[in-house]
Design a binder for this molecule. Structure first.
Ligand code: ADP
Ligand code: MG
Length: 376
């Protein structure tokens, strides 16, 4: 694990509370190689953990109060018994939401939590889930409660859906909890079946370049809920539990067809990508990434100008493929790039952004890192 990060969190706790924390837990952000907007359709996803993480240094309390500090922000103490969905509404909603869910699981004592982290916020790299997962592990750890990763994932989903009010699926927290170094996580969301698939782009002279457009997305406000409702309606009309069970959009009302077409083709692209990885045919993944982007842009309609420019500019500069990741309407894109031209691709993307009058994007190469756990 990253000992500097956990030391920093422990020191921040010591500065604020005058004592050392009982423990430090951390959880990473994630990149999803492919499989977007498939998780809440019971489909397939293929994420990996990024090196950027959120750390939670924690000590237990016995008065049912939760105190939260992050960076320079120290929130007023929250009484667990008073927590209700919808309040608080700022950043504290994420850890408070987790505490609210875990209180229903009998974890009632309260805690002091000091949060540090380097996952960019609102960049589609899932800083919110890394915060929630690290909080959940900290509160469970303080209470000396064992829990399965599927239970933790479910509780975090309840916190996001019911407390924060973002109707997200299971991809992000499962990725943060279960990803391992040097692998992508092949997850069948319906069955929960997981497979760690080795992912070593460098051995093929390739890199995954993350392009953060710096356009902040908001899942609570965006068209995410509307897309999700459209998929649920399509499944209902065809009498199946989820769009996962469909193999064509034919026969559905015209307005639902593009949504279903995206999910059906995206699930197939995930399966194909896994097959190519197993066969060491990394370069052939590029066109699948680009097809995923086109499908998200044209059929699912969750892209935006900055994401389209990022993907297109990367490809024009020699990337083998590129696509938006995350919920859309902002956030980040990834590009599969030959390592020898990575600097050229970065330059071309930056120039394209400047030409369009967009703020400069932030770019970094992502290598699969470790999932969540206790650091000390
Ligand atoms: P994403 O998950 O893609 O980064 P979200 O909008 O879902 O974007 O979540 C970002 C929000 O999560 C931030 O605006 C902030 O409220 C909260 N957050 C994430 N990490 C931290 C942190 N280290 N300290 C405080 N709040 C955080
Ligand atoms: Mg988020």
């Amino acid at each position: 694990m990253n000992s500097t990060g956990s030391n920093n969190a422990a020191e921040a706790f010591q500065r604020l509370h005058g004592v050392a924390p009982t423990g430090v837990w951390s959880a990473p952000g994630r990149v999803n190689l492919i499989g977007e907007h498939t998780d809440y359709n019971d489909g397939f996803v293929l994420p990996f953990a990024i090196p950027q993480r959120t750390w939670v240094a924690a000590a237990p309390r016995e008065d049912g109060v939760l105190t939260l500090a992050s960076g320079s922000a120290t929130a007023p103490p929250l009484r667990l018994a008073d927590l209700e969905p919808g309040s608080p509404r700022d950043w504290t909603a994420y850890p408070a939401g987790v505490a609210w869910v875990l209180r229903q699981q009998g974890i009632t004592g309260g805690a002091d939590l000091v949060i540090t982290g380097d996952v960019p916020h609102g960049s589609g790299l899932s800083s919110s889930h890394s915060l929630e997962v690290a909080t959940a592990l900290a509160l469970l750890g303080l209470a000396e409660r064992e829990a399965s990763t599927s239970d933790v994932a479910k509780w975090v989903q309840q916190a996001e859906n019911d407390f924060v009010g973002a109707p997200t699926g299971l991809l992000d927290q499962t990725a943060s909890l279960c990803c391992t170094e040097a692998h992508v996580l092949f997850l069948d969301v319906r069955t929960g079946r997981q497979e760690q698939v080795p992912f070593d782009a460098a051995r093929h002279g390739l890199e995954v370049l993350v392009i953060d457009t710096r356009v902040s997305h908001s899942l609570v406000e965006s068209g995410y809920a509307e897309r999700r409702a459209g998929c649920e309606e399509a499944a209902r009309l065809r009498n199946v539990p989820a769009v996962r069970d469909l193999d064509t959009e034919a026969g559905l009302p015209e307005r639902l067809q593009p949504l279903v077409r995206h999910v059906v083709t995206e699930n197939a692209r995930v399966l194909k990508t896994v097959e190519l990885l197993r066969q060491d045919r990394y370069e052939e993944i590029g066109p699948l990434l680009s097809a995923s982007h086109a499908s998200l842009r044209d059929d699912y309609r969750v892209s935006c100008a900055e994401l389209d420019v990022a993907a297109q500019a990367a490809e024009d500069a020699g990337a083998l493929g590129a696509r938006m990741i995350g919920g859309g309407f902002g956030g980040s894109a990834i590009a599969l790039v030959p390592a020898r031209i990575r600097a050229d691709v970065e330059r071309c993307v930056a120039e394209a952004f400047a030409r369009h009058g967009f703020a400069a994007p932030r770019m970094f190469t992502a290598v699969p890192a470790a999932g969540a756990g206790r650091d000390r």
